[in-house]
Design a protein around this ligand. Structure first.
Ligand SMILES: [Zn+2]
Length: 163
């Protein structure tokens, strides 16, 4: 795995936001990022067009990660969309005023780029897709190795630094 420095830093920054007590799950990390940005992030399962796994929509005052309903690798897709967000990429802008219209005319959003490899639908380019993939892989890898309390997280990180 050769994630860029920027991706590695983004993963560290997100893990730094992890709750201090209890198990650290991906859902909790998304909530922590949301709190840190003082901007709500909603996660919703949705019937997305065939081949689409996930989509990040930016509304006026909140963000929505849509995940294809029934997707077995939903956590990978969720981590991928979170990666786009924390790496400063752009989601699909949806003006608050046009929200209802957009929900009705969902097919219109297909006009945005669908990445054939990741199934991610959004206006970001191939480089951004790769970064989001690297972020998701590294974040899930690190999450999978995390013990369930934060003091242990610090130990893991120290271990990585000195090991
Ligand atoms: Zn993507």
């Amino acid at each position: 795995m050769s994630a860029s420095r920027q991706v590695t830093k983004a993963v560290n920054d997100v893990l730094d936001l992890a709750p201090r007590h209890g198990e650290v799950s991906l859902i909790k990390l998304v909530a922590a990022v949301s709190e840190d940005r003082a901007r709500p992030i909603e996660i919703a399962m949705a019937e997305l067009p065939p081949g689409v796994t996930g989509q990040w929509r930016q509304y006026g005052d909140h963000d929505v990660f849509l995940i294809q309903r029934g997707l077995p690798t939903w956590d990978r897709t969720l981590a991928h969309e979170l990666g786009h967000l924390v790496l400063g990429h752009y989601g699909i802008p949806v003006a608050e005023a046009a929200r209802e219209l957009a929900e009705v005319a969902d097919d219109g959003l297909i006009g945005y780029m669908l990445n054939q490899r990741t199934g991610c639908m959004g206006p970001s380019g191939e480089d951004a897709e790769q970064e989001a993939e690297d972020f998701a892989a590294l974040l899930l890898y690190r999450l999978g190795r995390l013990p369930s309390d934060r003091s242990s997280i610090v130990q893991v990180r120290l271990g990585e630094a000195f090991g």
